[in-house]
Structure formats: structure tokens, C-alpha cells
Design a protein. Structure first.
Length: 94
């Protein structure tokens, strides 16, 4: 699967790099589908849950579909990890 940077337009990569350089400590990024089909909305959120800043980045593909596919991938990896842990636990009991 393509990384987020792989699907950003060149202008958005430059804008995102500049935007990230101003990131505040004790904050994290929240990524969601943007206002247009081919865009992300990224918010910088402080640990107290207040939005510090946000940016809209243009993508070369449907951003919402990419996010859905990415979540599916993460969920399948977590399921694989849980199944592996269960198998290891069962093997140690035998």
C-alpha cells in the first residue's frame, strides 16, 4: 500500500513538510478525509485535545478510500498479531 506521502501532490508535500516543522511538543496529528475527494484534513491536536492548527493537503487519489484501506490494513495486522499471541499462549500451555 502507498504511504501518505506517496499520494500527496508535490505542492502538498512541500506544504506538509513546512507545516510539520512548526509542530508543538505534546501534540499529535489527526488525519481525516478533507473537504474534497482528493484531499486530507490534518489537525495538530494538543494533549489537552484542543486543535492547535490544521492544513488541507491535496492527493492524487481518493483520500477517503485510501484512509479506509489503511484502516483495514491496520486492523488486519492487529488481528494477525492477536491470533499469533493466542497460538503462542496455547503452545506454551501444551
Amino acid at each position: 500500500m502507498s504511504s501518505m506521502h506517496d499520494i500527496l501532490t508535490p505542492q502538498s508535500i512541500a506544504a506538509y513538510t513546512s507545516w510539520q516543522a512548526k509542530a508543538e511538543p505534546d501534540s499529535y496529528e489527526f488525519v481525516a478525509a478533507g473537504p474534497r475527494t482528493n484531499s486530507f484534513l490534518i489537525q495538530s491536536i494538543h494533549e489537552n485535545n484542543s486543535v492547535i492548527d490544521s492544513i488541507v493537503l491535496n492527493t492524487t487519489i481518493d483520500a477517503d478510500q485510501w484512509l479506509n484501506d489503511y484502516v483495514t490494513l491496520i486492523n488486519s495486522e492487529e488481528t494477525d498479531d492477536k491470533e499469533s499471541d493466542l497460538m503462542s499462549s496455547a503452545a506454551s500451555l501444551a
